[in-house]
Design a protein around this ligand. Structure first.
Ligand SMILES: Cc1ncc(COP(=O)(O)O)c(C=O)c1O
Length: 466
């Protein structure tokens, strides 16, 4: 890449060029070992004589910043480590909403036994088919500017997919394609929630949703959950929106019961509250009768349904969607437009064909068998070999399950497991405003089936303090 140099002061070309190159070495913009342009080329670019550039290079070499290698060119000296960076003191400060936020600990790679919730198995992804579809889209004719609401063929395909697999009532025009559920939440906050508005979330609950609402200046309160899901009787009276995961409570895992769903919808209607339904992983269902989503039970259009391809396919694709009633279509389209113009049309087109050709359905069928086996293996081990310490929370879907822990504290247990090479999340990490529950969350997306028994043996050792 070309280094940016401005020679405004034509009276002191040599001094100006010298200072700019020296500063670029000192603040690390030119890195050790990096080649400088040849004197002739830089002189031409800056419209100065070649002699001016040579003088500057010689001086910087004499001072130890550069080194010239005969026949090869001029380079930044290896020992010329940067010593100055951008000014450390700045008067700029983030808004209070942006201080003290903590990201979810996913950046660690190479965990021997990775049981962190939220990750699908990337080995199951149908790479061949996806490459073929992507290759077909990356041609000069491809869509360069897309509809902010998403590619029409994909909106059609998603409406059908959500209708068939989750009984969501939607036509293509109700679907806004987003960059994952996270962006859908951002759009919902922008379009529907006034600054300072009060949002209720499940407690324990999904941290990225809370972070997002907080960053938008919204007030977030955790509402306890029990075996039937979010406790409607504990909802604060002044909330403007409720965010929840009724199909597979995150992180505990149980579904919200039908009477509770009806009670929530009734409560929301009486108080004119927005209901945000996050249905992130229930295409993977292993038994039991699925309960209808809030969106299809809702009779007055106050539920926003959020879906994602992060679990079905891969989170790196950043593909999700929002289903909204007609009165909100224009505002959502504009919210998507002002924040990011539009998504990634070639990827959206590939996904539309992936769904239309039946490849998504096939991928789900295959992956479901694998995840079901892992789910059952963990559930069986917890209820037999680890029952003295852990009490399983019943669940029949998704990519993780949870268990309550009698002792020690879940943070201690997770640290001890980590020393054994097993990574998993403590339940207390998901507490919002209620006192934290003690337990462990077992993700089985990233870990292979064969690795589950040794991982749980190591966990047993960790819990016994051996
Ligand atoms: C509760 C919940 N919602 C949504 C998501 C997915 O979010 P996204 O679509 O932004 O990748 C996850 C992933 O871990 C989740 O656990």
């Amino acid at each position: 890449m070309e280094l940016h140099i401005t020679l405004d002061d034509r009276r002191d070309l040599t001094g100006s060029l010298y200072r700019q190159l020296r500063d670029a070495v000192l603040d690390g913009r030119l890195r050790a070992g990096e080649a400088l342009p040849a004197t002739r080329e830089l002189a031409r670019r800056l419209a100065v004589s070649r002699g001016t550039v040579s003088v500057v290079y010689d001086r910087l070499a004499a001072e130890g910043y550069l080194t010239a290698r005969v026949g090869a060119g001029t380079f930044v000296r290896e020992s010329a480590a940067p010593s100055r960076h951008a000014p450390a003191a700045s008067p700029l400060r983030p808004r209070p909403e942006w201080t003290g936020l903590r990201a979810w600990p996913y950046w660690r790679q190479d965990v021997p036994y990775d049981m962190r919730a939220g990750l699908p198995d990337t080995r199951l992804f149908p790479y061949e088919a996806w490459r073929r579809l992507m290759a077909a889209e990356l041609r000069p004719r491809t869509h360069d500017v897309g509809d902010p609401a998403g590619l029409p063929v994909l909106r059609e395909a998603i409406a059908r997919h959500a209708g068939v697999s989750r009984s969501v009532r939607a036509s293509a025009s109700d679907v806004i394609v987003t960059s994952g559920i996270q962006q859908a939440l951002d759009l919902v906050g922008r379009v529907l929630l006034e600054p300072g508005a009060h949002v209720a979330v499940e407690d324990p609950g999904y941290p990225p949703a809370q972070l997002l609402f907080r960053s938008q200046g919204l007030r977030v309160t955790g509402v306890p959950v029990d075996a039937e899901g979010l406790r409607v009787d504990a909802l604060p009276p002044d909330v403007r929106a409720v965010y929840l995961t009724p199909s597979h409570q995150f992180p505990l895992g149980m579904p919200m019961s039908l009477p509770r769903r009806r009670a929530l919808l009734d409560w929301a209607r009486r108080r004119d509250v927005v209901v945000i339904e996050d249905d992130y992983d229930t295409e993977y269902r292993f038994g039991g009768r699925p309960i209808e989503p809030l969106q299809s039970l809702d009779e007055d259009g106050r539920v926003l349904y959020l879906g994602t391809f992060s679990k079905l396919m891969r989170p790196v694709l950043r593909l999700g969607f929002l289903v909204a009633p007609p009165a909100l279509h224009d505002a959502f389209r504009m919210a998507r437009y002002v924040t990011s113009w539009h998504g990634d049309p070639p990827v959206q087109a590939a996904l539309a064909r992936f769904i239309d050709e039946g490849l998504l359905a096939r991928h789900i069928r295959r992956s479901r068998r694998v995840y079901q086996e892992r789910h059952e293996l963990i559930a069986d081990t917890l209820t037999t070999g680890l029952a003295d310490r852990l009490t399983l929370v019943p669940s029949a879907a998704g990519l993780h399950l949870s268990a309550r822990l009698s002792a020690p504290s879940d943070v201690q247990a997770v640290q001890a497991a980590d020393a054994e090479g097993v990574a998993l999340f403590p339940l207390s990490d998901f507490a919002v405003t209620e006192p934290p529950s003690n337990g462990l969350v077992f993700g089985y997306g990233a870990i292979s089936t064969e690795d589950i028994p040794p991982a749980l043996t190591r966990l047993r050792r960790a819990l016994d303090g051996r």
